[in-house]
Design a protein around this ligand. Structure first.
Ligand code: ASP
Length: 318
């Protein structure tokens, strides 16, 4: 029987500490802990890693603190186009949705598509129609809109007009959520969900719904979810690159993940981060930005959550 473990990221676009109140940071960490507990409860009861990563991402999609589902980033015309994907490392089944506007939890739609086996990816209204037909919760598109994203869009548009877009912080630009897990049978799974980046062009699809780029899972190798400028993750085929370093290059998970973030992706001058897990041991969460929302529960059942450098050890999960 394998040791269970779960890890998540809430995006490498963490705000500077001074830009939120202590109460807001505490709430963000609380939501990370809630998301981890949701996945862990499934794993601890003998459930699958696929169910666990979906449950974890749903909690993050429902939180205002992360760029996915409710509170997601706005595109250039002030609306939302949400991307998500999920992958089962056991048999490489996958489901992905791009540019959704009406499905409350895009990751649930990606999972439903995976189960249907009819396609790996659906886009736009067809994805929302599929979700509605699958009986998922549907919402009006403005359900996802929050005041902080409206402000972030206005500030990015102002920067774009002044030609200082490149100086915008990682937090103003983007974010994403993702989870990886290993269940009792040693199966690995990964899930990722995002609003993309603020002020993105309409129709732009990032790495998060691209299997092999933003999400990847293969039993015996690794499960991966990435965060950072998706165009570079797509060009580097980041998730599959991590798996290849391990499978063909003989690298260990921690070393391969560190190298991917700091050397491969970092060499393009982007902020990048990821969460990954292997066939044994605890999840790894390298990033090269000011901070990355992240958390994990170790094989010993100990929970850790973090937003910046310092780790908050929350003790054993009951
Ligand atoms: N990877 C996401 C995207 O490009 C954004 C992010 O993680 O910051 O859509």
């Amino acid at each position: 029987m394998a040791d269970i473990a779960i890890g998540l990221h809430g995006g490498c676009g963490t705000l500077d500490r001074s830009l939120q109140s202590e109460a807001e940071w505490t709430e963000a960490r609380q939501h990370i802990a809630d998301a981890l507990r949701a996945g862990w409860a499934i794993l601890a009861n003998g459930g699958s890693s696929l169910d666990a990563v979906e449950a974890t991402v749903v909690v993050l999609e429902n939180s205002i603190h992360f760029n996915a589902g409710y509170g997601a980033a706005l595109h250039a015309e002030g609306g939302h186009e949400l991307d998500a994907s999920i992958m089962d490392g056991r048999d490489l089944r996958a489901g992905a949705m791009a540019a959704m506007t009406r499905t409350r939890n895009p990751i649930r739609a990606a999972r439903a598509l995976l189960e249907s086996g009819r396609a790996v990816m659906l886009t736009g209204p067809a994805g929302d129609d599929f979700a509605a037909a699958a009986g998922l919760d549907m919402v009006a598109p403005d359900y996802f809109t929050t005041e902080r994203r409206v402000k972030a869009l206005a500030s990015l548009k102002a920067r774009a007009a002044q030609g200082t877009f490149a100086k915008a912080s990682e937090a103003e630009k983007h974010g994403t959520v993702g989870a990886v897990a290993r269940d009792r049978n040693g199966h690995l799974a990964a899930a990722t969900s995002t609003g993309g980046f603020n002020n993105k062009p309409i129709g732009r699809v990032g790495d998060s719904p691209i299997i092999g780029a933003g999400t990847y899972a293969a039993d015996g190798v690794c499960a991966f979810s990435g965060t950072g400028q998706g165009e570079i993750f797509i060009r580097c085929v980041a998730g599959h690159e991590l798996a290849s370093r391990i499978r063909y290059g003989g690298q260990k998970l921690g070393e391969a993940a560190h190298d991917l973030v700091h050397n491969t992706l970092g060499s393009f001058g982007i902020g990048a981060g990821l969460v990954a897990i292997g066939p044994e041991g605890d999840p790894v969460t390298p990033y090269n930005t000011l901070g990355m929302y992240r958390g994990w529960i170790t094989t010993r059942g100990e929970m850790v959550v973090a937003t910046h450098g310092e780790l908050h050890a929350l003790g054993a999960v009951g």
